[in-house]
Design a protein around this ligand. Structure first.
Ligand code: FE
Length: 390
């Protein structure tokens, strides 16, 4: 038996935020990131709408990028004290992910991260509160997914939390919020969304329920991402929906080794962070070539859906070429070398990174199995831009 879970309600369209006026409840806590939502006036709007609805509101601000265990525990403690019946998270992936984890420790104060690290093992939530997610970036789709990533900086571990209990109750997908994204963030998050849809479509857990969402999301990203990058509002709106559809697909079909590689290389090098979506965009064509041994038909399906014709092999190649072409348009480098990772450091660290990437939670649903040695070869191809021929 399989399970397919999405939020109970989604509100979308320009001004969808106003739906908060119709929420019924007593107390809400609003979880926020670094301050852009306040600067652009969205926090005031939320406060006004909830006040209109007769709901008391408290803010929890300054959730950091890659939120920490400490922030989660602090937020959960504030929730236990304040006792909200709604948790509302607004902003990029970080405040929403953090709020999802806070929710668990609010309802189950005695639980530990070690206990919930096992995928799909959470206690039953919604005993105290329900959850509204309002994304301001077009990529992670955490507003509709069963996932949250929390970092334990002391141990140097990222906890990828996964359970349908943390799939939000309501997602408000208002493109006005996404208009605030700068171009580079638009490019990276957009390619993250493309990767979600492609990985979900070829995942070993793909299904008739997730396939249409993945295909349509892929088509929309190719159609709208370049114009969204240039700042076109209509394209920005369509990208906000496309990423959300990709999220609905991958929350139920899971991902693959592009994400395993991005997770384990993101913070691995002394030259600085590789943004998640940028790493995915670099790795995606290489991984398609690796996976094509087992999943050529599925990749060719994607190409055919995009109107490309030819043999299976030609279709797979055309898909990779198209991704390369978009990376050029979006100023995303083709290799880790071009990104600025130092050769000596790469060669020194790649065996350990390969080992860790194989052990990542996303590897299990990849259409072709991979050993640490093969992963090392694949990562090496992404460093030098050499052909994947194994
Ligand atoms: Fe992602």
């Amino acid at each position: 038996m399989m399970r397919y879970t999405l939020p109970r309600d989604m509100y979308y369209g320009n001004g969808a935020l106003e739906q908060l006026r119709n929420i019924r409840g007593k107390k809400a806590i609003l979880i926020l990131g670094g301050g852009s939502m306040k600067r652009f006036g969205f926090v005031d709007k939320v406060v006004n709408y909830l006040t209109d609805a007769g709901i008391e509101i408290k803010l929890f601000e300054n959730v950091e990028p890659d939120p920490s265990v400490e922030t989660v525990m602090k937020g959960a403690a504030v929730m236990r004290e304040y006792e909200p019946d709604w948790i509302i998270a607004m902003g990029g992936g970080s405040p929403i992910d953090a709020a999802k984890a806070m929710w668990v420790f609010y309802e189950y104060p005695d639980t530990t991260f070690e206990e919930i690290i096992q995928p799909f093992s959470f206690p039953t939530l919604r005993q105290k509160a329900k959850f509204i997610a309002i994304p301001s970036t077009s990529g992670t789709a955490t507003e509709v997914t069963a996932f949250s990533v929390i970092t334990d900086y002391a141990k140097g571990i990222k906890y990828p939390l996964a359970d349908f209990n943390i799939t939000p109750d309501i997602a408000i997908v208002d493109p006005v919020l996404a208009e605030t994204m700068p171009p580079t963030l638009t490019a990276h998050t957009g390619m993250d969304a493309l990767t979600h849809a492609v990985e979900a479509y070829v995942s070993t857990l793909n299904s008739p329920f997730t396939d249409p969402l993945a295909l349509k999301a892929i088509q929309m990203v190719f159609e709208y991402l370049p114009a969204s990058y240039e700042g076109d509002k209509t394209a920005r709106e369509q990208m906000h929906y496309a990423q959300c559809m990709a999220g609905q697909a991958f929350s139920n079909a899971l991902l693959g080794i592009v994400h395993s590689m991005a997770h384990k290389t993101g913070a691995a090098f002394s030259t600085g962070h590789i943004p998640h979506g940028c790493a995915n965009a670099i790795y995606l064509p290489y991984v398609i070539k690796y996976n094509a041994k087992n999943a050529a038909k599925r990749y060719a399906d994607i190409s055919k859906y995009l109107g490309i014709t030819g043999t299976e092999t030609e279709c797979v190649k055309a898909l990779c070429d198209k991704i390369d072409e978009y990376n050029v348009k979006l100023n995303i480098p083709k290799t880790l070398k071009d990104f600025g990772i130092k050769e000596e450091e790469f060669l020194d660290k790649v065996p350990a990174i390969a080992e860790a990437a194989v052990g990542d939670a996303c590897t299990g649903s990849n259409p072709r199995p991979i050993t640490p040695k093969e992963m090392e070869k694949l990562l090496t191809c992404t460093y030098y831009g050499t052909e994947v021929d194994f």
